[in-house]
Design a protein around this ligand. Sequence first.
Ligand SMILES: Cc1cc2nc3c(=O)[nH]c(=O)nc-3n(C[C@H](O)[C@H](O)[C@H](O)COP(=O)(O)OP(=O)(O)OC[C@H]3O[C@@H](n4cnc5c(N)ncnc54)[C@H](O)[C@@H]3O)c2cc1C
Length: 461
Amino acid sequence: MILSGARRTLAICGLLSLAAFAHGEDNSLTRDVAIIGGGAAGTYAAIRLRDQGKSVILIEKEDRLGGHTNTYEDPVTKTHVDYGVVVFHDNQLVKNYFDRLNVSWLVTDPHFTSGSPVYLDDQSAKPVNYTSPDARAALQTYAAHLAQYPKVESGFFLPDPVPEDLLLPFGEFLAKYPDVGNAAFTIFTFGQGLGDFLSQPTLYVFKNFGLEIIQDIGTGFLVTASQNNQEIYQHATKILGHDVWTSSHVASTPHRRKEGIQLEVKTPSGRRTVKAKKLLIAFPQKLDKLKPFDLDELESSLFGKFMNTGYYTSLVKNTGLPGNFSSTSVGANTPYQIPKLPGVYAVSATAIPGVFDVKYGSPTGLSDDFVRGEILSYIKKLQANGFAEKVPGEPEFVAYHSHTPFELTVARDEIAGGFYKKLYALQGHRNTWYTGAAFDTQDSSMLWNFTEEYILPDLLA
Ligand SMILES: Cc1cc2nc3c(=O)[nH]c(=O)nc-3n(C[C@H](O)[C@H](O)[C@H](O)COP(=O)(O)OP(=O)(O)OC[C@H]3O[C@@H](n4cnc5c(N)ncnc54)[C@H](O)[C@@H]3O)c2cc1C
């Protein structure tokens, strides 16, 4: 709609007075909800709350929204490669969200895969005699186990007492149910980032590789039509406008109580005070990261129990590998031939000729220098083993990103002792709510659903 001159002046005056209302006399910013962390969950919450009439501020420490989304743009061809988040679930909530953001989407063919990889020894990168088993029947049996816990699909809503099967290390679960064994490698491959997969309580494997994933393997995943997932967050940033502060973080929390929240925020243009009725914390809830939020004893005792895995992603060029090269690591003498970690999960060709995606995982966090060194030394093993043509110079990173801390888990005894019941009881405590992977799972679509169903109703009340 185009406004005439006088009406435009009136409209601008109105906007200015609204802005004055939002910025207090003391230059503080007043909002219904302050959201910390602009990854999948925090960005979704900001858009949905704003669309339903709440004022928000979204505070993100990086210079862009998107969290685990990493998109590389080739400077010459402008081709995009998503080397972080790739696929979404084909469900109505995801479609509605993409439509709201004006992001075009499509559904992939069933059995979405990146081709037929060569299987290589996880240590030596030499070819191994491995044939991927037909996982279909085993996946059906696995799905039947999942179906016994329908509420686990949408959150840590566990039966009480917690069933023994969910507590068993996944390796023991597989030993107890040998019919699932042929699916172990497929589940491991999709569930990258879980660290020492066979030692993790089965609960975390069920959360990471749930019924919706199995369904989408059969019918197709939803992807952005542009194959540029950063577009989701670019559009969200535009819609949210001044309600996003990037390169910003909370330095301290003068109060967090029933009457409201006050945060002192470090931004590129200086310190700002944010006053909000409610607070939503949407970044990985590790104790050290939560320090500026003035935790009480209960909060510290629960968040202090989280352990984490390490997960790293990169794009490497100047390797000499053939354009269609794709490899998957396999353990030589390990159960189900699951590779030992820390190590490279897989190397895959991308849409940019000569650029390869390399994923690396670890049971615990590692230094970036160490991981970068390990990835390059793995590429050199591939070269030495004859997979690559000779090229002048060394392999080089065109992109590298640490996603650590990745999976947040607690010990089996904690799960059995009702950890997740206690964790979920924190929602609303001191006017603070929580979302993100530690509260549900490492899956953007599932997190949007969790945030919509279990968090937004309280924030909208
Ligand atoms: C390599 C990789 C591939 C993946 N592939 C897929 C996939 O194909 N499909 C899928 O659904 N999921 C995928 N995932 C998982 C998915 O990315 C996560 O489930 C999802 O991003 C988690 O969202 P989140 O909001 O909990 O956390 P994040 O996306 O990690 O967002 C947290 C945000 O908080 C910010 N932050 C941290 N600390 C602070 C602070 N103190 N102050 C302010 N901001 C802070 C971070 O910078 C980040 O932007 C993948 C993950 C990785 C690492």
